[in-house]
Design a protein around this ligand. Structure first.
Ligand code: ATP
Ligand code: MG
Length: 563
């Protein structure tokens, strides 16, 4: 491809709304342009990049035996009402009406459509197992679309759905997808971890996320430094052990209410009362919109609201509004405590055995000190805190947790019969008995994978695209394309590369060399061949974008290298 015949509108400056590097570089590199919040146009170079990822995904899905189809993005509401997700999915679901005032939604995920299809088309065990996938545009009306393609509202996803006769079969299908996903992200040239994950709004019993490691990742993950067990922080279990620092021969003192004007944060309380953070207990009011619970965690740890949600069997969980806090504590937020609170209380293991601690007094500007468990209603203990670096690994007990940041690029779920029950997806077994189909579902964010590749691979000058997914492999840069000698050598190399089907971008623009070098670095294709002054001696320069290693090579050697 010749630059002058293509369209790569590079920019010097990053757009004002870009917070993360992949967003900045994709806009500056002429890959994407914003149309509206979270909605992007894929320019030719961006599309080529995305298609390379799609091709790897498609090849590995086919290899794993999944079958490609394409579902509509506009879905009738009835299907979503049948699974009740119409009522639970919330505002992320873009709901629309047609001219007859019938309800539809724009698909954020396609369990309903595919299960409905299977319920109508599949009758016998002989047609199972089967796994259908598509690569398609989704819409989720994200509360805070940001970071370019990383968290868009409209985005491209590969979603697959497996259907099996029983649990055992479903596990096999799950394993196949697990392996295919590992292959996909390896082939994309990305450094990733597979972590145990929460199942979220999709539901189901079991799930893994595929995380591209990057300092800028939105997700926190833990990995055991001994056995390698990995989990999303939302999910990472903490051993239910006795906390040695809680156990003491201290005498239980008498409860005392203290005036703590404007003292709210754990930090402030600790300073004001001169007690260590691990002797202060936070009480956090949580709700699913209907029920309210107070969750107690030691001051030096963070509450894990996903664990609370799962323990209570809630579908969703939120921090309670100021109004709800007032209802159950009679006080503004910041002073909640277990004594006299008007809701169920649960506590983290981290406070078990603790004596003479500090809690909020359910009264503005007051705390209780010398609090002991006898001072309030009995509580049940659970693991409801975030894991921290150094926590013992619950799987091997020999290692401890390390913390990393990651970007979730893929997510696989074992669904069980959640959707087949609701949509009546059954089959007849060998004995002619009707049984429910057992499902799994599997997603990869194609655009997010592209963005994650850049988050993981860049430097101050631009992108460093992994070779397997880079839209072009070689940036061919004649310093002055008008110079006869330079032009001849450049064209020669260009033809040879094309003969070998190596994607090359020839920068034939009439621009200053400085501008061309800058753009080459910005676009970050793995190799650059510069044809400059030494061309008259048959010498060109080969540059590796990754480490900027430079080599002067004879033109003949370049032909060898290309081979
Ligand atoms: P997240 O927790 O990041 O919101 P999710 O758990 O809602 O993602 P899934 O329902 O598991 O996402 O969707 C499958 C994949 O689709 C994700 O692993 C991710 O790669 C991609 N994806 C999800 N939401 C977005 C988005 N808003 N923009 C781009 N890609 C997305
Ligand atoms: Mg997910």
């Amino acid at each position: 491809m010749k630059y002058s015949e293509y369209f790569i509108p590079t920019l010097k400056e990053s757009p004002a709304d870009a917070e993360v590097i992949s967003h900045k570089l994709m806009v500056r590199g002429g890959m994407i342009r914003k149309l509206a919040a979270g909605i992007y146009i894929y320019l030719p170079l961006g599309l080529k990049f995305i298609k390379n990822i799609e091709n790897i995904v498609r090849e590995e899905m086919n290899r794993a035996g999944a079958i490609e189809l394409l579902m509509p993005s506009v879905i009738p509401a009835e299907l979503w009402q049948q699974t009740e997700r119409w009522y639970h999915y919330g505002k992320e679901l873009l709901r629309i009406k047609d001219r007859h005032n019938r309800d539809f939604c724009y698909g954020p995920t396609h369990e309903e459509v595919i299960t409905d299809l299977v319920s109508k088309e599949i009758r016998s065990y002989k047609q199972l197992p089967v796994n259908f996938y598509q690569i398609q545009t989704k819409f989720r009306d994200e509360i805070r679309p940001r970071f370019g393609l990383m968290r868009g509202r409209e985005f491209i996803m590969k979603d697959a759905y497996s259907f099996d006769v029983d649990e055992e079969g479903a596990e096999l299908s799950y394993k196949k997808m697990y392996d295919a996903y590992c292959k996909i992200f390896e082939r994309c040239g990305l450094d990733f971890r597979v972590v145990e994950a929460d199942t979220g709004a999709i539901g189901g019993s079991f799930s893994h996320e595929f995380m591209v490691l990057a300092k800028t990742g939105e997700d926190e993950i833990v990995t055991c430094n001994n056995c390698g067990y990995s989990a999303n922080l939302e999910k990472a279990p903490v051993l239910k052990k006795e906390y040695s620092e809680n156990i003491s021969n201290e005498k239980e003192l008498t409860l005392e209410k203290v005036y703590t004007p404007d003292v709210k944060s754990i930090e402030d309380v600790s300073k004001f009362l001169n007690v260590p953070k691990n002797k202060i207990v936070k009480t956090i009011i949580l709700t699913d919109g209907e029920n309210v619970v107070a969750a107690m965690v030691r001051g030096d740890y963070d509450i894990n609201i996903v664990k609370v949600k799962n323990i209570l069997g809630w579908d969703v969980v939120f921090f309670a509004t100021e109004e709800t806090v007032k209802e159950v504590t009679n006080a503004p937020s910041g002073f909640a405590g277990p004594i006299g609170i008007k809701c169920k209380i649960i506590a983290d293991y981290s406070i078990k055995g603790l004596k003479n601690f500090v809690v909020g007094a359910n009264e503005k500007d007051y705390h209780f000190k010398n609090v002991n468990f006898k001072d309030f209603e009995e509580v049940e203990f659970y693991d409801i805190r975030n894991a921290v670096k150094g926590d013992e690994c619950p799987k091997c007990s020999n290692g401890t947790y390390e913390l990393f940041r990651g970007i979730e690029v893929g997510h696989i779920f074992k669904l069980g019969t959640k959707y087949s029950e609701k949509l009546n997806a059954t089959y007849l077994d060998k004995d002619g008995k009707e049984r429910l189909i057992v499902m799994g579902c599997y997603g990869i964010g194609i655009g997010r994978t592209a963005a994650a590749a850049i988050e993981q691979n860049h430097d101050d000058d631009g992108m460093i695209l992994p070779e397997p997914i880079s839209p072009f492999k070689v940036y061919l840069l004649p310093v002055n394309y008008k110079d006869e000698k330079i032009k001849n050598i450049t064209d020669n190399i260009y033809e040879k590369l094309k003969e070998k089907n190596i994607e090359v971008l020839l920068d034939d623009r009439d621009e200053r060399p400085g501008k061309k070098f800058k753009d080459a670095d910005l676009l970050g294709f793995p190799y650059r061949i510069t044809v400059g002054k030494k061309a008259k001696d048959g010498i060109v320069e080969l540059i590796y974008r990754k480490n900027k290693d430079k080599k002067e090579v004879k033109v003949d050697e370049i032909f060898e290298w290309i081979k």
